[in-house]
Write a protein that binds this ligand. Structure first.
Ligand SMILES: Nc1ncnc2c1ncn2[C@@H]1O[C@H](COP(=O)(O)OP(=O)(O)OP(=O)(O)O)[C@@H](O)[C@H]1O
Length: 249
């Protein structure tokens, strides 16, 4: 469970450039919830992710993840149980390294994996099996540089890489924004499959209102640093695209 209590984030406090990016945000995300966040540019979505991931600390308020108070735990420590996939398919990957070496690098995020990787072929076989599940034929390209793949292939691999071990929370930060519609659909289908398979708690930021309607069991609308709508369960299922468009009028 993720519990955010009365979070504030102010940038450049006390200066002419002061920005109140998050204002008194309280939110509880249950285990295995799939929450979608939409909102206009500058409404605070990425700042919220930065604070959940530990890339930024709140000006005020607290964050608990599965009962642990992580408010001031930095991102490199939280990465043991939080994975984040970004808009840019190259974020978090090394384009000149092979697919396998990228998986090795990602594996170094957790100490448990450090012990296993590189000792024998077990890690390679595990990676090959996980990649084969994507159904994209990439398991036969383990020694191909990551940078030679398409954006959609890279995002699909990044998803697999992110959730392979110990991840409890998956933060999807506009993961399909740079992709063509077909690749975007493949990446979102992959994300949904992995979320179900690994029973992840997921939060998905998107500007694609169709995806916001289709995915998740809960939809949040952010405006000016606040959560102004929180629609769950049957109410979310009943939402029409026109309703969501109307929120941006
Ligand atoms: N490091 C920073 N320093 C100063 N201001 C910042 C910083 N990061 C974000 N902001 C400001 O905080 C506000 C919220 O920005 P944020 O990036 O969280 O919005 P967003 O909803 O993710 O927008 P977008 O949809 O464009 O990605 C904006 O006014 C932004 O300019």
């Amino acid at each position: 469970m993720i519990a955010l209590q009365q979070l504030d984030k102010t940038f450049n406090k006390g200066t002419a450039n002061q920005v109140s990016a998050l204002q008194n945000i309280s939110l509880t995300v249950a285990d295995q919830d799939f929450v979608v966040i939409i909102g206009a540019n500058g409404s605070g979505k990425t700042t919220l992710f930065n604070i959940i991931a530990g890339a930024e600390f709140p000006t005020q308020g607290q964050i608990h993840i599965n009962g642990r108070n992580v408010t001031h735990v930095p991102d490199y420590k939280r990465s043991q149980w939080i994975a984040r996939v970004f808009q840019n398919p190259l974020s978090g990957t090394a384009p000149d390294l092979t697919i396998l070496d990228n998986f090795r690098l990602a594996a170094l995020r957790t100490s448990s994996k450090k012990l296993r990787i590189g000792i024998n072929d077990k890690f390679k076989n595990t990676v090959r099996d996980k990649i084969a599940e994507l159904g994209m034929g990439l398991e036969n390209k383990l020694l191909q540089p990551m940078g030679t793949l398409s954006g959609g292939q890279r995002q699909a691999l990044t998803l697999v890489m992110s959730v392979m071990d110990h991840t409890e929370v998956l933060l999807l930060d506009e993961p399909t924004a740079a992709l063509d519609p077909r690749s975007a659909a493949v990446v979102m289908t992959t994300a949904q499959k992995l979320i179900d398979q690994y029973r992840l708690t997921a939060i998905f930021i998107t500007h694609n209102l169709k995806d916001a309607q289709h995915y998740g069991n809960r939809l949040l609308h952010m405006q000016e640093g606040k959560i102004t709508r929180d629609i769950t369960g049957p109410d979310k299922q009943a939402l029409q695209l026109a309703d969501i468009y109307g929120w941006f009028a």
